[in-house]
Design a binder for this molecule. Structure first.
Ligand code: F3S
Length: 391
């Protein structure tokens, strides 16, 4: 891989240990994936923020990076952590977990990362422009910015995204290059237009194509629908980029007439629903994967207004960013009659398995991860069905 003189100097340790470690990691990844050079990035989004997922080893890595004076050099945001940083007792979090989680947030803050702790930074805290090269981890968010915004990122892991954030550069391969962004399959899709049906569509497509680049016809997602679609396809498959005719920025560039076409309609969505619904009854209902937007918060509040929670044995969590929670104070008041509106966290990266064994969600992404990462029997239904069952 060709490095400039300045990049060589970083690799040789002339800019300090933190920068050197970051350069070692980014160039090692570049060599593995055949990058010819590095490319400047305009922002990063980092995962590896929950103490549940990174453990003491990850905490030690962050301590070392911060001690080596590593600092991010481009605007960088952080994924959800294992708890709401002020309301963690309501989530049954232990004191020991809380102390370590707060230390992780502090260390990221020391490195200059904006500790917004949300998986939807593209709604406010970190919004790339079309054509920007960025280094984003968090599979749902990176797919959203690649596809809906037209920025360019690979599917970064936590350490790779942090290293790129420190350098302000990433290895130039994969989805940074035009030739790797072409669609590989056409998907003629049918939904009922609801956000939940986009989640099921993502589940079905991810399962069917795995890691390809779908080109959708027949749908017109807005932000919330694209958020659900991105998350589900990244979880059931490993889709990091898709195009939607007439919606996504690059879609018009491609001639897809020679590509294989698959059809995903009601039958496939019903099958996806069946796969995701294992539990008949639940102990926790967790909504907000990816984090709820302002529009979704207001829709949920409108649905709940004037209703009463009868099933006291079921806990309800609503997950969003601190920014959105603050913006939606009226909606929050109504929602909190049913359960806490939690910021900075989610049902997958919080240690819910210590308290619950059956969880309901409206997200296919959470429906995939609740059994594997949280030992839950999952139920996956739309919001009105989930909340209707507690009234
Ligand atoms: Fe976000 Fe957690 Fe879902 S990080 S995408 S709410 S699994």
């Amino acid at each position: 891989m060709e490095l400039t003189k300045a990049e060589e100097a970083v690799l040789n340790g002339e800019k300090g240990e933190g920068m050197q470690k970051a350069m070692e990691l980014v160039t090692a990844l570049g060599k593995i994936y055949g990058a010819e050079n590095l490319v400047d990035i305009t922002s990063a989004h980092l995962s590896g923020a929950s103490y549940k997922t990174i453990g003491d080893g990850g905490l030690k890595y962050l301590e070392d990076m911060a001690a080596g004076n590593a600092r991010v050099s481009v605007p960088s945001t952080l994924n959800p952590v294992g708890m709401d940083r002020t309301r963690w007792k309501e989530m049954h979090i232990s004191e020991d977990f809380a102390v370590k989680q707060l230390r992780i947030i502090e260390l990221y803050g020391k490195m200059g990362v904006k500790t917004t702790c949300s998986c939807t930074p593209y709604t406010g805290a970190n919004v790339p422009a079309a054509g920007d090269h960025v280094a984003w981890a968090e599979s749902s968010a990176l797919s959203f910015v690649n596809s809906y915004i037209g920025a360019r990122t690979n599917r970064e892991g936590g350490p790779g995204a942090l290293a790129a954030a420190i350098l302000g550069k990433t290895a130039n391969y994969g989805l940074h290059l035009d030739e790797n962004r072409k669609p590989t399959v056409v998907v003629e899709a049918e939904t009922d237009g609801s956000i939940f049906s986009y989640s099921l569509l993502g589940q079905a497509v991810g399962k069917t194509i795995g890691s390809g680049i779908p080109y959708f016809k027949g749908i017109k997602p807005g932000l919330e629908e694209a958020k659900a679609l991105s998350a589900a396809m990244a979880a059931s498959g490993s889709v990091a980029l898709y195009h939607v005719a007439g919606v996504t920025p690059e879609a018009g560039k491609y001639d897809v007439s020679g590509l294989e076409t698959i059809h995903i309609g009601k039958k496939e969505l019903d099958k996806a629903y069946g796969e995701l619904n294992v539990a008949d009854d639940v102990e926790l209902i967790a909504i907000g994967c990816p984090h709820l937007t302002e529009k979704e918060m207001n829709q949920i509040a409108a649905f709940l207004k004037g209703k009463k929670k009868v099933r006291k044995d079921i806990e309800i969590w609503f997950c969003t960013s601190a920014e959105i929670r603050e913006k939606c104070s009226e909606a929050v008041k109504i929602m909190e009659e049913f359960g806490p509106v939690l910021a900075d966290t989610c049902m997958v990266v919080a240690p819910i398995e210590k308290t619950f064994s059956r969880t309901g969600t409206n997200s296919a992404k959470a429906g995939n991860y609740l059994p594997t990462l949280c030992s839950q029997k999952a139920q996956c239904r739309d919001i009105s069905a989930l909340l209707g069952a507690v009234m």
